[in-house]
Design a protein around this ligand. Sequence first.
Ligand code: AHR
Length: 498
Amino acid sequence: MLIFINGNRSVGTINKNIYGHFAEHLGRCIYGGLYVGEDSEIPNQNGMRTDVVNALKELDIPVLRWPGGCFADTYHWQDGIGPKSSRKTLINTTWGGVREDNSFGTHEFMELCRQLGCEAYINGNVGTGTVQEMCDWVEYCNMPGVSPMADLRRQNGQDAPWNVKYWGIGNEMWGGGGNMRADYYSDLCRQYASFLRDYDPSHKIYKIASGACDFNYDWTQRVAELTGALVDALSLHYYTIPGSEWEHKGSATKFSREEYYITMYKALQMKGLIENHTARMRQACPNKNLGLVIDEWGTWLDVEEGTNPHFLYQQNAMRDALVAAVNLNIFGDHCDSVVMANIAQTVNVLQAMILTDGPRMLCTPTYHVFHMFKGHQGARQLETYAETALIGADGADCKVPNLHVSASEDHNGNVLVTVVNLSDHSSVPVEIHWDGLSKFTSITGQVLSGDGAGAAAYNTFDNPHQVEPKPLTNITVGTNSFTSLLPACSVAAFTLKA
Ligand code: AHR
């Protein structure tokens, strides 16, 4: 099937933050997953798991959102600073009523960001917090001079300000953040946004209002109308949930063909969501290019049998890899409105990059997609056209295109083409042509597929390398074109080297 890349047309630069992540105080994401504490037998640096950090570093994570999620609207940041022995132990009432000893707080989060080499995105507490509390947090993190909060930070061992740029004003305010109506939240958001200060003109903060979920376009429009002048962006949450009932979302590894295609159909709805939410923002706030921050996305499936239902621990199969790939393709192609996206969540929760079991860890198929796609970060999006066929389970309504493509060109003229073959049973020959691009010295490719196990293939702690990218050996180069064969249910990344 024919794919065409138009080097002369682009909607813009793909913000690297589209490859962002999210880590909440939920289940084993922070505690046990990212952070084990300095006294742990699991190798760590300042409490952060060395194995997990090393694997995540390979992804060039640009930005990490913390501490929630729903947890953010119950979190009081001052509980998590100062000597650990005097930090409050609380109950995490949002996620399972487990003990929260606050041993991972602001300093630990900033240390994690330092180790990962990424920016911090802190989500403030509007639900049970105050304007003063969030202002103090910004001052604590960002004030370079003398002030009560800057002095407290120094007393706790951090002299220089961290200059945290990204600040979320509440989370899911229409639901877990306080069941607010759009007008009420918007007034609160205006108040918060008015007092969150820039402490250094060269490090302006970026304010993100709590946006809608799914198809709630009215929330987006109203919040944009009322807060748009005071914030930089609105968030959007959209999870791919195969089942139609919350109690039966579907298993991560055992699913029918029909469920597979429903999942892909739902994942592809991200395109329409971005376009419609963006249209409402532009309508509400025509004079400002408000950004769309999709700070929670990914698959949400049934928890693994025998695990705490509040911990949201799910396996991660090739199907998840395809969901990640089509979403990243869609974000890249909408980089004129999507300024950041944060997959939920980094370790052990929902569509994770990494799963851990005590001292053991594995990289999921989703991890490999983020690795294969990282060349899109900061590159110039290129318009693509793909010839496709509509496919699906026999007799079922949910049909999807068999191919999904995106392409970009980096500063050196190298082009990355990422292609998903959504068919669960047919390999697809592709013929990729281009125009308006420089000459290439080599074309190589990698492919991720489940081989015999198809969409249900996954990595286990005993067999962690079952699903891994392999070189594509079937590339034939022509003039301004090349051909290849994509296995069923696969994700491919082609690098065209200038
Ligand atoms: O990611 C899990 C939860 O999903 C988050 O805490 C919340 O914001 C969303 O509903």
